[in-house]
Write a protein that binds this ligand. Structure first.
Ligand code: SAM
Length: 258
């Protein structure tokens, strides 16, 4: 009997070979690579990735899928299957590095999972994820656009983020309600590093807490209008107009001021 798709695990499985091939081409796996796939499901992307000869660690939370995956992976000596929650997974146990992470992610865990992975960013060369299109738009948005927000600033602080292509609901079984897109995230040090990443995160969170208000209002208690002016930010702007590097400058100024 076929697998019963579990909503709580965000199980929308890819059913279109051409789309699968396109994703694998975008990843472009090489025999010398070390790939990590999160959420293999029924191995739609896993098997074509493994055929590249790359080493491949696979993390699946759903116990019911494990026997089928073990059978499918039996002919491959380059695949290691982990039955685990990717949100709790210690990616530093996977060697050698750098890792190339791939996943058609369950939409409900995509942001927390990406932030969990960014905790290991020094071990990661790149990440290719299928996400809700709207989430990819937020990740890749530029200042001034309606979708530019907290997720854009924090993802772009840690990574170069590029939307590669979109995928319609009909390419999944069962079809999700929304369009999906593939994003490529390449971790890199930000040109001006934050002195305290937790501070930057808290500042950005507060700045976007009320999108329609100006920074002088939203940042009350954290930064004065003089602080903003000192680092070249007009206090009458809204957070959505402020580039990533300006948030970093402001955070560093506040941290230094103590
Ligand atoms: N890769 C397959 C495909 O493209 O057809 C399946 C993608 S499906 C959208 C998401 C997969 O992630 C499911 O197999 C689901 O069981 C698994 N999953 C959900 N939450 C997870 C978690 N926290 N850790 C690891 N895998 C998870």
């Amino acid at each position: 009997m076929g697998h019963r798709h579990k909503k709580r695990f965000g199980q929308n499985f890819l059913n279109n070979r051409r789309v699968i091939e396109r994703i694998v081409r975008a990843v472009d796996p090489r025999p010398e690579d070390h790939l990590v796939e999160i959420g293999p499901g029924e191995a739609a992307i896993t098997l074509p990735l493994a055929r590249s000869g790359a080493r491949l660690d696979v993390i699946e939370i759903d116990r019911d899928l494990i026997p089928k995956l073990e059978k499918l992976f039996a002919p491959f000596d380059n695949i290691t299957l982990h039955q685990a929650d990717a949100l709790q997974f210690d990616f530093s146990q996977l060697t050698p590095t750098p890792l190339r992470v791939v996943g058609n992610l369950p939409y409900n865990i995509s942001s927390p999972l990406i932030f969990h992975l960014l905790g290991f960013k020094h071990l990661i060369r790149d990440m290719h994820f299928m996400l809700q299109k709207e989430v990819v738009e937020r990740m890749t948005a530029s200042p001034g656009s309606k979708t530019y927000g907290r997720l854009s600033v924090m993802v772009q602080y840690h990574c170069d983020a590029t939307m590669l292509f979109t995928i319609g609901p009909g390419n999944f079984t069962p079809p999700p309600k929304v369009d999906s897109a593939i994003v490529r995230l390449v971790p890199r040090p930000f040109p001006v590093p934050a002195r305290d990443e937790a501070h930057l995160e808290a500042l950005v969170k507060q700045a976007f807490s009320q999108r329609r208000k100006t920074l002088r209002n939203t940042l009350k208690g954290l930064a004065t209008p003089e602080d903003l002016e000192e680092v070249g930010i007009d206090p009458t702007l809204r957070a959505e107009a402020v580039p990533v590097e300006a948030f970093v400058r402001l955070s560093n100024h506040l941290v230094e001021k103590g």
